[in-house]
Design a protein around this ligand. Structure first.
Ligand code: 5AD
Ligand code: FES
Length: 365
């Protein structure tokens, strides 16, 4: 029978993980073996991309959303949720704050909105950011499914990375988590457009979803390679009480540790398998454990996305329950993170865009 030690030995002699190896590693529950897995993945990260953490200041610019995903707190069907769209001035102020504070990149994220007004608004904001920052700020978009023309316009206006999670690579599971008119094939098509347009492509999944199996998770990692993703953003599924999926986990508190460990194992196995991609240690990890994001960095992640949205909007952008940093403003988050990152012996890549090494290496091949 294949053991944990066999897998590590084979890796050390240069072979990569098989799908069965991934399932084995994702199933480990013994604490010292888990630690060994995280340490191994951390070693792969250090030797492939170093020990620098890059910040992407995230601006959650609107919670208006046309979609109705069964897991998400800002789904259209949550009528109790008040909706907002930040003003141009508020968004530009946050972006300027990021530049001044030497964050190399920002992420503009919002609910899905395909209205002409919104598309024009984002295009205008992108042009202004490009102008005031002299193109020095990296700009990632996370604005859901759009048509090819919109993606192209936003790219020309200054965005160069795009995050669009597949949520799960299992189409049957995707159907269980979304209404009928949310098509898995449409999501795939968007990922394909983004890649062909030349965006640095980010995708990811939720981990520990109801009905999700270890096979699904191993297939998710294989999917990341198949679409040749440059960036991975994935995190634990966390119940939001005002959503249809909340009933699937009535005692969510009891499985928090399981969700956390499974997420850390996913980060580690993804790092070992894909080596030089950017992997985010997501905020959702921190809501399961106060030091969850540091744990993510130590299991192979290299990106943190500090929230730089004006605090007055934060409580309205609750994708899941107990999202952290609701009251901490951007400066507080910055010093808090500096402390956390130096406590684990990593440095912050200030004033650097921190592009995915996977992407830059591909370009030079
Ligand atoms: N738990 C964890 N992640 C969630 N997201 C949405 N709802 C939840 C939830 N309940 C994630 C989705 C989406 C991203 C912006 O937030 O993966 O792509
Ligand atoms: Fe926001 Fe620590 S990261 S307070």
């Amino acid at each position: 029978m294949r053991t944990f030690a066999n897998i590590l030995d084979d890796l050390s002699s240069g072979s990569n993980l098989s799908s069965d190896d991934m399932k084995f590693l994702l199933s480990i529950t013994n604490k010292s073996e888990m630690q060994e897995l995280f340490d191994y993945a951390y070693g792969i990260k250090s030797s492939n991309i170093g020990k620098t953490v890059y910040f992407r200041g995230i601006i959650e610019l609107s919670n208006v959303c046309e979609k109705d995903c069964y897991y998400c707190g800002i789904r259209n069907g949550n009528k109790a949720q008040e909706r907002y769209l930040m003003t141009e001035e508020e968004i530009l102020n946050a972006a300027e704050w990021a530049l001044k504070n030497k964050y190399g990149s920002i992420v503009l994220q919002a609910g899905e909105n395909t209205s002409g007004h919104f598309i024009d608004f984002i295009e205008m904001i992108l042009k202004k950011i490009k102008k005031f920052s002299d193109g020095r700020l990296g700009v990632t978009l996370s604005l859901g499914e759009q048509n090819k023309d919109t993606y192209r316009r936003w790219m020309h206006a200054g965005a160069h990375r795009y995050l669009l999670r597949i949520e799960t690579s299992n189409e049957k599971l995707y159907r269980k988590l979304h209404p009928e008119n949310h098509l898995y094939s449409a999501r795939l098509k968007c990922l394909d457009y983004l890649k062909k347009l030349g965006f640095q492509l980010g995708t990811g999944v939720m981990i520990g979803l109801p009905y999700q199996t270890i096979d699904d998770l191993a297939n998710d990692i294989i999917f990341f390679r198949k679409i040749d993703a440059d960036m991975i953003g994935m995190g634990p599924y966390i119940v939001h009480k005002e959503t249809p999926l909340a009933d699937s986990f009535p005692n969510f508190d009891k499985i928090k540790e399981y969700q956390l460990n499974l997420s850390l194992k996913m980060i580690a196995v993804t790092r070992i398998y894909l080596k030089d991609v950017n992997i985010a240690s997501t905020t959702a990890l921190q809501s399961l454990n106060p030091t969850g994001r540091e744990m993510g960095l130590l299991a192979g992640a290299n990106i943190i996305m500090p929230n730089i949205t004006d605090t007055k909007y934060r409580s309205s952008y609750q994708l899941y329950d107990d999202k952290p940093c609701l009251d901490e403003n951007s400066s507080l988050c910055k010093s808090c993170l500096e402390r956390r990152i130096s406590s684990i012996g990593e440095t912050i890549g200030y004033d650097e865009r921190g592009d995915s090494k996977h992407f830059t290496r591909k370009k030079h091949r």
